[in-house]
Design a protein around this ligand. Structure first.
Ligand code: 8YV
Length: 322
């Protein structure tokens, strides 16, 4: 039994594979889809880290795979219907990255509110001048309303931090109501329109899907408060970048913090990077030692279960089991 791993992952996951008697190969470089398909002919499982498009072409060519284990919570890069129809179980890594990702959303919210990245660049550019009482002022967060779009595990952690740090009332919009967040955090369910109209900080934590694609567009930004901060740590495809730029330029919203962009990587020439009220990070939501270790362990456990013909501990397409 063997598994092909697309990128180096933390040793803790590799140790588990070894203990389970599973041989692994780690790709030396990023492979084209064609090369990956050719490689996978000799493997029973794929542990996919980074952006590997597991579309119908790849899955049909690799229908012999006993498991596709994702080193991520997101599964928007997998054609789940095809995986299920071919009987390939797909596993992901939910839960363990919620705190780290929420930390990143919190960091962006605070950094945007004080124009932190812009002010740092002023120093680098030799533009730290004399004290100016009205230059480059930020806005405070105490008591402001936090709106969460997609209040699942990560959104919950973000809401918890914002309540504890700044006593922010929480409103949210979801497919389903979240009774735990309502009870523990006093979160209030609102319509999407109300979320746009009432949030001082609007933080996005939803999955990317055809339903959520570019939901944050011109129309949405124009319905938001002029002092609003938009934060996206989910997927870049949830916002329309040109519309976001226009909304920031026109003052339709106050600022934006992005850990995800569309495309990734973002071009260094992107004008968003020069805007005072914008902070961009290169998709580091889950990038802590603790979280990446935990993700590696979870992804390895999915591989081991799949190769032993057992149900994956964290399965995305449970329908595969009928
Ligand atoms: C990963 C993520 O860094 O889990 C996710 O969905 O976006 C990040 O944790 C990324 O997917 C690389 O595998």
């Amino acid at each position: 039994m063997n598994v092909f791993i697309t990128k180096q992952v933390p040793q803790k996951g590799l140790d588990l594979l070894q203990e389970a008697g599973i041989a692994y190969t780690i790709a030396g470089n990023t492979l084209s889809q064609e090369a990956l398909i050719a490689e996978l002919k000799d493997y029973d499982a794929l542990l996919s880290a980074g952006f590997v498009k597991a579309d119908a072409t790849l899955l049909e060519a690799c229908r012999h795979l006993k498991v596709l284990s994702l080193f991520s919570v997101g599964y928007d890069n997998v054609d789940l219907a095809t995986a299920t129809s071919l009987g390939i179980p797909v596993g992901n890594t939910p839960g363990v990255l919620s705190r780290a990702t929420a930390d990143t959303a919190f960091l962006l919210m605070l950094a945007v509110s004080r124009k932190a990245f812009y002010n740092y660049h002023k120093i680098l550019d030799g533009k730290w001048q004399e004290f100016e009482p009205v230059a480059d002022l930020g806005i405070e967060l105490d008591g402001k309303t936090l709106g969460i779009f997609g209040l699942g595990k990560i959104g919950y952690e973000m809401a918890k931090k914002c309540r504890a740090a700044f006593d922010m009332p929480v409103i949210y919009h979801n497919r389903r109501q979240n009774p735990e967040a309502e009870k523990e955090l006093g979160a209030r369910y609102v319509s999407f329109e109300e979320l746009l109209a009432q949030s001082d900080v609007l933080s996005v934590h939803a999955n990317f899907s055809p339903q959520t694609k570019e939901l944050f567009n011109k129309d949405a930004f124009e319905k938001m408060k002029r002092n609003a901060i938009f934060v996206n740590t989910a997927r870049g495809g949830l916002h329309q970048e040109e519309d976001l730029k226009a909304a920031l330029e026109s003052g339709a919203i106050w600022g934006a913090g992005l850990d995800v962009t569309n495309p990734e990587p973002m071009s260094p020439a992107n004008p968003l990077l020069k805007m005072p009220n914008v902070c961009v990070l290169p998709h580091i939501g889950s990038a802590t030692v603790e979280t990446r270790d935990a993700m590696a362990v979870m992804a390895a456990k999915n591989v081991i279960a799949g190769l032993n013909g057992e149900r994956l501990p964290t399965i995305v397409n449970a329908e595969v089991y009928g």
